[in-house]
Design a binder for this molecule. Structure first.
Ligand code: ADQ
Length: 549
């Protein structure tokens, strides 16, 4: 996702270039506006498991935060005139920064990714530099230029092919993984080394801001909190894990030393956050089973190495105002016109990175079964697959992209007739086209094998104009929130997905509308600002407990 955000930066600069001040004003009034904003119709009852407890009308107190993630909010490059330009990303983490820097004093630590990033890091000599977010808010950016070989091992051996695969249950265990010496080297000389470099950068920033709270993100940084904790026993540390946390036995695939280091590293934080209660509960069980830590499942706390760690779940969200604006932006309207010129009677949509966890091939198989069972729909329905090419330097990802192309071709060759091609496969980063398709779909298919959350479902529900139906994998974190209004599917059951496609396309209009309005209303009420505040109030809860206990 972060790869995509960086690439989306160019588009973002184009379609948002004129609006930084209006954005600033919008964010300032965001909390109260959220309460005032009228729903599309009568508001539906909130999902029982998600009481509306995040709403507030005043931003929390200004804080000093050190945000740490592998990819940063900007990446540097050169424009046509050879001038250095900072390309700003959109979506998830980066949008969170935008809101964070408005309300808080932020120092952001990230890897130097581009050649220009490395130059910036070199010029800064290990210090942070001044940057401004799109809305004009100032923050500091500390780019870490890792040893290139260490970074390659960290990213292309451990983080993605190992941790991502393990945490999404992607391995066929009879044949993979085979943990050879290369894996052990990559762990020691890649993952540990890069985490050490991140921890050193955090310690350097703490020299400037000793009272700041450190907020780590995701699976790239499991070891850094322990390394920081060893030098700074009293610093407030928090971590948010954006991907699923699997059951303890799955972690047993990794050597004992590695799986223990991962759990121990995370438990050096004061607060560890997940998207869902399911991932949180797996982490609590893993801490008990793999480390022998004392866990209080009711309170969600772990006692480890003489400290109490609070483990929470808050699903991330999107900024509804950003999507309201995008939906009527020039770029999206132009893309929508192009889509309307060729739209079929019924439009099925999927939007994903080309990641094996997204289950794209099974989605095509389900569509094939649907077309088999419903010949009356042939020539009337198209599945538009907007796929952002992802992590192509990793062999598993390159192979998966090949499998996607082969399977789409097989379905098309079997059914296509005249100008009708059942699968419209578009493999490119096209955010304007994505938002246009969000507006136009009749059915959105999210059938991930496993997904930490899945922002696509939330983004799409916000802007759809055709009372589109969401089909959601029961293993996507977003299912915990939106399932009352979606059709649930088992991601492995292609026959069940084919049936769900039929059901979605034949739901009565009134029911489709009620479901979509309710899902969109839920997303508006549980937006990105609410997520940030939930994280920050976890720090406070922990700090209060810490003082008491
Ligand atoms: P991802 O795995 O990347 O994120 P997701 O949450 O769906 O998955 O976010 C994908 C983003 O990429 C969306 O913002 C979407 O608009 C965009 N996108 C997808 N295809 C695109 C295309 N073809 N062109 C342009 N943009 C495209 C990880 C976790 C998720 C978790 C998020 C946030 O895997 O489970 O929801 O982080 O925590």
């Amino acid at each position: 996702m972060v790869d995509r955000r960086i690439r989306r930066a160019g588009n973002e600069l184009r379609h948002c270039a004129g609006s930084p001040h209006s954005l600033l004003t919008r964010l300032e009034s965001l909390a109260c506006e959220r309460v005032r904003r009228p729903a599309l119709s009568e508001p539906p009852p909130p999902s029982p498991s998600f009481p509306i407890n995040h709403l507030r009308c005043a931003p929390v107190a200004r804080r000093k935060l050190i945000v740490v993630s592998n990819r940063g909010p900007v990446t540097f490059g050169r424009d046509g005139d050879g001038q250095r330009v900072a390309l700003r990303g959109g979506g998830g983490l980066t949008t969170a920064l935008r809101s964070l820097v408005l309300h808080h004093e932020v120092r952001w630590i990230a890897s130097a990714i581009s050649a220009e990033d490395r130059l910036v890091a070199e010029e800064a000599s290990g210090e942070s530099i001044h940057e401004r977010a799109r809305d004009g808010s100032a923050y500091r950016l500390h780019l870490v230029a890792h040893d290139e070989q260490a970074y390659d091992r960290f990213y292309n051996v451990i983080a993605n092919p190992t941790l991502w695969f393990l945490q999404h249950y992607l391995w066929p265990l009879a044949v993979a993984p085979s943990l050879d010496r290369g894996l052990h080297h990559a762990w020691r000389d890649g993952y540990v080394a890069v985490n050490r470099a991140f921890a050193d950068a955090v310690l350097a920033e703490l020299e400037h801001e000793p009272d700041a709270t450190v907020f780590f993100h995701d699976y790239h940084l499991y070891l850094a909190p322990r390394l920081v904790r060893e030098s700074r026993p009293d610093t407030a540390l928090a971590h948010f894990v954006h991907i699923p946390w699997p059951q303890p036995d799955v972690w047993r695939v990794l050597p004992d030393e590695i799986r223990r280091a991962i759990h121990d590293g995370l438990l050096a934080n004061d607060v560890v956050g997940f998207h869902t209660a399911r991932w949180r509960s797996n982490f609590l069980r893993g801490s008990e089973d793999l480390l022998g830590a004392a866990v209080d499942h009711g309170r969600g706390t772990v006692d480890h190495r003489g400290r109490e760690v609070l483990v929470t779940s808050h699903p991330i969200s999107v900024d509804p105002h950003e999507f309201d604006e995008l939906a009527t932006s020039e770029a999206v309207l132009a893309a929508e016109q192009r889509l309307l010129a060729r739209r079929p009677e019924k439009l099925l949509l999927r939007v994903d990175r080309t990641d094996p966890s997204k289950n794209i091939v099974r989605g095509f198989r389900a569509f094939e079964l649907y077309l088999d069972a419903h010949p009356e729909m042939q020539e009337r329905v198209v599945m538009l697959a907007l796929l952002d090419p992802s992590r192509q330097e990793i062999p598993e990802y390159a192979e998966y992209l090949g499998a996607i192309q082969r399977s789409a071709r097989a379905v098309n060759e079997r059914f296509e007739r005249g100008t009708w091609r059942p699968i419209d496969l578009q493999i490119r980063d096209d955010f304007a086209g994505t938002v246009a398709a969000y507006k136009q779909f009749d059915v959105l298919l999210v059938n991930a094998v496993f997904d930490g959350l899945n922002l696509v479902a939330k983004e799409a529900a916000l802007v759809n104009e055709r009372d589109g139906v969401l089909i959601l994998s029961e293993n996507a974190g977003v299912h915990e929130e939106l399932s009352p209004w979606a059709l649930s599917v088992n991601p492995f059951d292609v026959a069940g997905q084919a049936d769900a496609l039929h059901r979605a396309l034949t739901l009565p209009a009134e029911e489709r509308r009620t479901r979509l309005v309710a899902a969109a209303d839920h997303v508006r009420r549980h937006d990105l600002e609410a997520w940030i505040e939930a994280q920050l109030s976890d720090f406070d809860r922990k700090a209060v407990r810490g003082r008491r206990g």
